[in-house]
Design a protein around this ligand. Structure first.
Ligand code: ADP
Ligand code: MG
Length: 234
């Protein structure tokens, strides 16, 4: 049984205020991170090196949380462009490749060429990155992620991201997309909320199929780009 990713509508209110705060604290954080990196170049004891590494990691984590909030609060203005989804998927895989290799995970892909949609490029890429990241984290180590993309006959493009990780129970699937729902020690629980928001805004939807201990498949369906003259039926 497939379940659609839904979420509570209250999210907008939560995100607007948080996003304005997020903007303000980005700069001081970047500056702190820069000084931490300078310190790393000094002669340090093992302990000191360790503390600085943790500080930088935690700053990066805070940055990730802020980015997720900002993505949620993006003004919904029409700046759509035609996106070559085939190469955008490849770019997203490239971004996540080092994280995958670090966890001994192989990413396989079979994406049709010249898949095109209309939307916001960076946002769509964020959807892929968030879902691939979750897949890697669900496998932990030694597994495989399969990414497939094709055009459907109903005018939609379907992208599947399948992992052989821990999988989810029915109850877990139902909770997906609720802000702050996370089973990870250092999770934000915002990744899928962001994905849902972005895909919904572009007229698409996300479907989830998962089985505990077997794995999970996320399907992202987005309306294919239609050339203007194709819309004409006499
Ligand atoms: P986070 O990754 O910060 O926990 P997300 O919104 O990205 O937040 O995901 C929410 C939760 O959904 C995760 O904590 C995890 O429990 C579950 N989840 C998401 N993707 C998968 C997957 N591919 N396999 C198993 N569980 C998943
Ligand atoms: Mg996530």
């Amino acid at each position: 049984m497939k379940q659609e990713l839904m979420q509570a509508e209250k999210m907008n209110v939560v995100s607007q205020l948080a996003a304005s705060v997020a903007h303000e604290i980005r700069n001081p954080m970047t500056s702190v991170r820069g000084f931490m990196q300078l310190l790393q170049k000094e002669e340090l004891t093992k302990d000191q090196q360790f503390y600085i590494n943790i500080s930088i990691e935690e700053l990066d984590r805070a940055q990730e949380i802020i980015n997720q909030y900002l993505a949620l609060a993006k003004p919904q203005i029409d700046q759509y462009e035609t996106i070559d989804l085939t190469s955008l998927i490849q770019q997203s895989i490239d971004v996540m490749q080092s994280y995958a290799i670090l966890n001994s995970i192989h990413i396989k892909q079979e994406v049709e060429s010249s898949l095109e949609i209309e939307g916001l490029k960076l946002e769509v890429q964020q959807v892929f990155i968030n879902i691939i990241k979750n897949a890697i984290e669900a496998i932990k180590s030694d597994g495989e992620i399969e990414i497939a993309g094709r055009k459907l006959s109903n005018g939609f493009i379907s992208i599947q991201i399948k992992d052989n990780g821990v999988g989810m129970t029915k109850d877990q699937i139902k909770k997906l997309g609720s802000p702050y729902y996370s089973t990870k020690e250092k999770g934000t629980g915002l990744g899928l909320t962001v994905c849902h928001q972005i895909v919904k805004q572009m007229g698409g939807r996300i479907l989830i199929k998962s089985e505990l201990t077997k794995g999970t498949c996320f399907t992202i369906n987005l309306p294919a780009y239609k050339k203007k003259e194709e819309g004409y039926t006499p």
